[in-house]
Design a protein. Sequence first.
Length: 408
Amino acid sequence: MTTEPTSAIETLPPHLPAQLQDWFTWLHRHPELSFHEEETAEYVAAQLRGLGYSPREGVGFGPTGQRLYSVVAVLGADRPGPALALRADTDALPIQEATELPYASLRSGAMHACGHDAHTAMLLGGAAALKAEDERTPWPGPIVLIFQPAEESPPGGALGLIEAGVLEDPPVGAIFGLHVGNKDVGTFSIAGGARNAASDRFKIVVRGRGGHAAAPHKAVDPIVTAAHVVIGMQSIVSRQVPPRQPAVITIGMIHGGTKSNVIPEHVTLEGTVRTLDPEVREQMPVRITQVAEGICAAYGASAEVDYRRGYDVLLNEPAMAELARQAVVQVAGEDGLQSAEPGMGGEDFSRYLQKVPGAFITIGAGSPEVPYEERPGGHNPRSCVDPRALTYGVAFYVALARRYFAQR
Ligand code: NI
C-alpha cells in the first residue's frame, strides 16, 4: 500500500519542474502540423529513452496509409492487466504565432495554439514521475503512455493507434487525458458526461454562370447567391434546433472569383457543425442541404453539398470521472475542482472512450495575473499556456495512477 502524501506536488522529483519547462519550450518552438509530427516524435522518443523507457515509434497508420508519427511507451509491460493508459496529443495548428514569447514558434505559419505542447510535456513529466515512483514502489500493473499525433485533422491519429492495438497490448482498463483550459493554474474541471461536441464538416459549391460584371442579367451570380446561403445557414440553429440543445454552424471559409469585374462560375463555402445531441446531429446534413439547395434554386444557381462526419461526442465515464475528481482534490484541494460545462470543440479522445472507460479532463492553464476575459483561449495566434500548470498535470497523473490501481 502506498502512503498518500499530503501534497502531491511536493513528492515529484525535485528537478522535474525545470525539465518540464525545457520540454515545453522545445516543443513550443518546434510546432508541426497534423500527420507531419516527425521531429516531435523523434524528440519525444529520445526523452523517453533518456528516462529509461523503450518506446515504440510509428504505431498505426493515417488515412492515406502513411505511418503515424506516434510514440507509445509502457511501464511494467509484464505486469498483470488491466493497464492504465494516459494520452497526450502532439500536433500544432496552421497559425502564425503573435505572442512575442521568448520561446515563440520558430516555424512560420505553424504554432502550438491548442496547448498540445503542454500536453506532451506533461505526459513526458508523467513518464518521469511514474518511473521514479515505480523505482520506490512498483506499480501493480502496466501503464501505457500514448503520444498521439494528428488530433486536429479528422479522421485524426487516435483511430490508427486504436486499430494498431494500442488499447489491447497490454489490455487497457481505463484511459485518461488532459487538455489545457482558460481557468486559473492550479484548477481542473471534469465533466461527468459529455465534454466535447460531435464535430462535422461540410463544403458547399455554389454553381452559377460566369459573365461580365457590367452585365449581371446575363449571368447567374454565385457570389450574391453564396451570400444568401451564408445568411440562410444562420437560421438553422435559431429556428430548427430545439432551444435547449446546443448547436453551432460556422462557415469558416469562402472562396470565389478572380477579378473585380468578372462574375465567377462558382463559389466554395466550407464550414463546421457542432452538436451534443445525436438526433440534432442526424438532422444537420438534411437541413444544411435543404437550405443550400433551396436558396441556390431561388437564384437560378445550383448547390453541391458534401457533408462529412468528424469526431463523435466525447463522453466521460461517470465512475472514471469520479476517480479523476478524487485525484484532483489530492493535487489541488477541493477549491481546485471547478465546475465543468461541455465545450463545443471536437476531440478524437472520444474514440478511445468508445472502446474503454475513462475521462478527459481540463487543466487550468490561465495566468491568474491576466483577467479571465482577456485570456486568448485556444486556436488563437495569441494563445498561451502558463507553464506553471505543467507540474499540476504531472502530479495529477501520479495521484490518478495511485487511485486507479487501488480500485482496479
Ligand atoms: Ni486541442
